[in-house]
Design a binder for this molecule. Structure first.
Ligand code: T4K
Length: 393
């Protein structure tokens, strides 16, 4: 069947198919835990559920310390502050605004490096070329559940004696050579936002094997208060409340099931779409086992016959709400216009990927049959590409 964009009748899907839907516990699962919390009258400030959640994550991620937080953005910001950095922080412009804002809001200057055009993670040769005495840290992003070149970045960390931290918002349960993402670099930050495969509604966590950094951050997420009479760090309130930790504890029990389902859905996408000219998949780095949280494809206009924006638009008419993660790129945000660190920057790989990228729906409650239907639709968009292009002119 032709895409609804050409038929202008009923969309393929009656309801909107979003890129993601949260995996939420049932009332039955929540009730006993919420009752315990209410009875205890302890709802935040490092309660039992919070502490249990932190412990479970430490075991799962094989890391010494986990600090649950209110969200990943504040966690990234506090991490930048806690490391006592100065000057520039090397980062990727191919990310969610949170990464770059955290650097800027901490009074530091993002220094943008180009990405590898296949894995979409920082190109380590580019990172090396950008190293100067003014660079005080690297903030890399394990984007779409892929792992960065953690081995090379670790080498740079040792050679340059600068912190390397990871924005691992997308990468809970991603592995590098059997080691979970979470224990690499100086520290890592996860997001447990509703849009992630594992959610505490809002939420996130900082993970680290560094005892001093852990102690400092634990204070900084609670106003820097050491005890009743001493405020020893400049901090703010970034704690995770008990309610969120309850969602987290229930969610952790289901995480394996979720990951297995996402792997199945992504396998269908790959099988069905790989034969279509002009569709390229993110390359999962060698040694990495992805959590399959995203299904990111590139639409190569010269081969597909339509641009990414056209495909995005046409999918919408059938209620498939794909997303252009990540467009615009970090140095093109309106809010950074005119600022020195963003001026005149052109990074070819980043711009190419950002102009072609499209993230398709993938989440636990999505039916495999619906993924097949999305693939049928993309096939039919390709078949009808000339007619669509004419209509869009
Ligand atoms: N670093 C990176 C690399 C990140 O990608 C992110 C966040 C962060 C750091 C910061 O993490 P947090 O501070 O948020 O913990 C969404 C999320 O809000 C954001 O957390 C996430 N990355 C980003 C990739 O996606 P939007 O602006 O695209 O969200 P929105 O509201 O358009 O939601 C996307 C779709 O999800 C909706 O179309 C429908 C579905 N949805 C969303 C919500 C909020 C639901 O079904 N239920 C919901 O409650 O940013």
């Amino acid at each position: 069947m032709k895409p609804n964009f050409l038929r202008n009748k009923k969309p393929l899907f009656k309801d909107k198919l979003f890129i993601t839907r949260p995996n939420l516990p049932s009332m039955g699962e929540l009730k006993p835990k919420i009752e315990t919390m209410l009875k205890s009258r302890w709802v935040t400030n490092f309660g039992d559920f919070h502490n249990k959640f932190a412990g479970r994550l430490e075991d799962m991620l094989e890391v010494k310390h986990v600090i649950p937080c209110c969200n990943a953005t504040i966690a990234l910001f506090l991490l930048m502050k806690a490391l006592d950095l100065k000057g520039r922080v090397i980062t990727t412009p191919f990310t969610f605004p949170a990464t770059i804002h955290a650097i800027h809001m901490a009074g530091l200057e993002p220094l943008f490096c180009d990405i590898d055009p296949d894995s979409y993670t920082l190109d380590v040769d580019e990172v090396r070329r950008h190293l100067t005495p003014r660079v005080s840290a690297i903030l890399a992003v394990n984007v779409f559940g892929n792992a960065c070149d953690v081995v090379s970045l670790d080498r740079i960390r040792a050679e340059e004696k600068i912190p390397v931290v990871y924005d691992s918002a997308h990468s809970l349960c991603t592995y590098h050579k059997k080691r979970p993402i979470g224990g690499f670099g100086t520290a890592e930050v996860f997001s447990f936002h509703a849009t992630k495969l594992f959610t505490t509604l809002e939420g996130g966590a900082i993970t680290t094997n560094d005892d001093d950094l852990y102690r400092k951050l634990k204070l900084m997420i609670n106003f820097g208060i050491q005890d009743e009479e001493h405020v020893v760090e400049v901090g703010l309130n970034a704690k995770m409340p008990e309610m969120n930790a309850i969602f987290g504890l229930i969610g952790l029990e289901k995480i394996k099931k979720i990951i297995d389902k996402l792997a199945c859905l992504n396998a269908i996408y790959k099988k069905r779409l790989s034969g279509i000219p002009g569709i390229k998949f993110q390359k999962i780095r060698e040694g990495c086992r992805t959590n399959n949280q995203y299904m990111a494809i590139e639409i190569i206009p010269e081969d597909f016959g339509l641009t990414r924006d056209m495909v995005h638009r046409v999918l919408k008419e059938d209620n498939v709400i794909a997303r252009k993660y990540f467009f615009p790129v970090g140095y093109s945000y309106d809010c950074y216009k005119g600022m020195d660190f963003a001026r005149g920057i052109r990074l070819p790989n980043t711009e190419k990927v950002s102009s072609r990228i499209l993230c398709l729906p993938v989440y636990y409650s999505l039916d495999a049959k619906d993924v097949e239907k999305i693939c049928d639709l993309i096939e039919s968009i390709y078949v009808c590409r000339k007619e669509i292009a004419r209509k869009l002119k």
